[in-house]
Design a protein around this ligand. Structure first.
Ligand code: PRP
Length: 287
């Protein structure tokens, strides 16, 4: 199978956790496709687009070169490749930090003290740019993985690596000297996108899913005398929906609430005298 000439090409990681996340997101957004075993392409059934499965770190360059029109990858890799692409949206997953790390008991306290040291990393360009700003020329050891063991192997004095939970650092007796940047999974678009109308349509679909993942729908009954206070607690995305109840002293409120705030908000509403407080998940939305 090969690409249809006019179809939009979407590059997603071919394997790993990011591949699963990207696939799930696209399917949830109604871009249905089925990957045949080991195939590098899949046709999207309902929209003039095709998926191609690529190495995550090649996606920024292939997108800037116009080989693909949209891509799902890490913003860390976009920065490292200095790719000429537009970041259309953050996908709300894969959040991590890129950090310079040194042994726990090292006496190095600031980046300028790294002058002349050996630094192992898979992010040589980002590291070089950062250390240039700190006037600290270093010897870079460029690697493709397992960077965290390079100090104990005697290959480096410090490393620059991604940190998510920090457990890899702890396991290797390393600590963060300084953070270079914060990154996450993003949708990127080529400056030479062959079908911007379809690209915009796909972005809207993905936004619907990504925003919905962050919010819940909260419904409750509250005494009308407490409505203003309740609305201040749940102002909603634009404004809450308020409906009358048979008992005119009460009303029902419905509002979108950030999922991470749900529990404290329910507690505040309960203290206010609200009853029948219900949380419902939202699968998709258009706001
Ligand atoms: C990444 C990164 C660190 C680890 C950080 O490695 O390079 O090693 O995750 O995560 P933590 O802070 O939660 O421990 P990855 O698993 O992507 O493999 P890699 O070594 O090939 O980069």
């Amino acid at each position: 199978m090969s690409f249809a000439v006019n179809h939009l090409r979407i590059g997603i990681p071919s394997k790993g956790r990011l591949s699963e996340l990207a696939t799930e997101l696209l399917l949830q957004a109604g871009l249905n496709f089925r990957r045949q075993d080991r195939s590098l392409f899949a046709r999207v059934s309902s929209i003039p687009a095709e998926i191609t499965f690529l190495r995550t770190d090649d996606i920024p360059t292939l997108c800037s070169e116009g080989a693909i029109d949209l891509g799902i990858t890490g913003s860390d890799l976009v920065e490292e490749a200095q790719a000429d692409v537009v970041v259309r949206m953050k996908l709300g997953v894969g959040r991590c930090r890129l950090a310079i790390c040194v042994p726990t008991h090292s006496d190095i306290e600031k980046p300028s003290q790294l002058k002349g040291k050996r630094i192992a990393t898979s992010f040589p360009n980002t590291t070089q740019r950062f250390l240039n700003q700190h006037d600290a020329p270093v010897h870079l050891v460029k690697l493709n993985g397992s960077v965290e063991v390079m100090i104990s192997l005697g290959v480096a004095d410090a490393i620059v690596d991604l940190v998510e939970t920090g457990s890899t650092l702890a396991a290797n007796q390393l600590r963060i000297l300084t953070e270079i940047g914060q990154y996450e999974t993003v949708l990127i678009q080529s400056p030479n996108c062959r079908d911007t109308v379809t690209a915009d349509r796909i972005v809207r679909r993905l936004e619907g899913v990504v925003i919905a993942r962050d919010y819940s729908l909260l419904e409750y009954n509250v005494p009308r005398s407490k409505l203003a206070a309740a609305e201040a607690i749940t102002p909603g995305f634009t404004s809450p929906t308020v409906t009358s109840l048979e008992d005119t002293a009460w009303c029902a409120v419905r509002a979108m609430v950030k999922r991470c705030d749900i529990i404290p908000i329910m507690e505040k509403l309960e203290s206010l005298g609200a009853l029948a407080i219900l949380e419902t998940s939202i699968n998709n939305c258009r706001l």
